[in-house]
Write a protein that binds this ligand. Sequence first.
Ligand code: CTP
Ligand SMILES: C[C@](O)(CO)[C@H](O)COP(=O)(O)O
Length: 242
Amino acid sequence: MKPEPKFWAVIPAAGVGSRMQADRPKQYLPLDGRTVIEQTLDIFLRHPRIAGVVVAVSHDDAYFPSLCPVTDKPLQVVDGGAERCHSVLNALRGLEALAHPEDWVLVHDAARPCLSDDDLERLIETLRDDPVGGILATPVRDTKKRATPDGYIAATVDRADLWRAFTPQMFRLATLASALEKALEDGFMVTDEASALEHAGHAPRLVEGSAENIKITRPEDLRLAEFYLAERRRASTIREET
Ligand SMILES: Nc1ccn([C@@H]2O[C@H](COP(=O)(O)OP(=O)(O)OP(=O)(O)O)[C@@H](O)[C@H]2O)c(=O)n1
Ligand SMILES: C[C@](O)(CO)[C@H](O)COP(=O)(O)O
């Protein structure tokens, strides 16, 4: 009898956050009373289906050790790499000591603290029997333009079938690790996990999620994330009081 596959979270958190122009890596900036990364980790540490978490942090990260998230789940910390894909691959290799090759891995940016429990649950429920896996995403809303090198409109891109890729991106551990290794061997510095699966010939599934699942990249994103989390806290308080 094959064991039921488990669900693991991999959190790439080894970036420097250069576009944020802050005094520290953006995953350690304050957000709604905690840090960005604590908000993100909490989503997975408190979700009943998540068996454990592997976080990739910069080898000289001086911030993470002071956080000490409280959890009874396995929480492994590995060194990140030069690019996000290297950090993810390092985390997958760390996870191999804890997980079965057929277990599901949900790769989620530390910089996306506004992922909702509903979206996480929908992703898992939609993909748990899928032969490949997939990603949270949302259809493009704005008209898309391609630019000339000197900042003029070169063309309008048909947005009919365009989606914005979010995270988590959910794939089987062995499939994802080998796809990432192959993409890197072939010289593809993929910016998300789905690109590696596509390079390997797969067609990951798109699971529509909330546009509130923003990636904190620039200063204005932090203000928006503060608004979203404060709104959810207010709504939760009202529900508890009624
Ligand atoms: N070598 C890297 C680069 C990025 N990340 C992580 O991947 C996520 C998405 O990357 P991005 O938003 O680009 O973060 P940074 O690389 O830190 O931002 P910037 O490009 O502005 O420096 C973040 O949680 C970041 O910490 C990582 O683990 N390892
Ligand atoms: C993985 C990702 O968040 C999907 O949109 C995005 O590709 C990360 O890109 P970044 O340049 O590493 O922020």
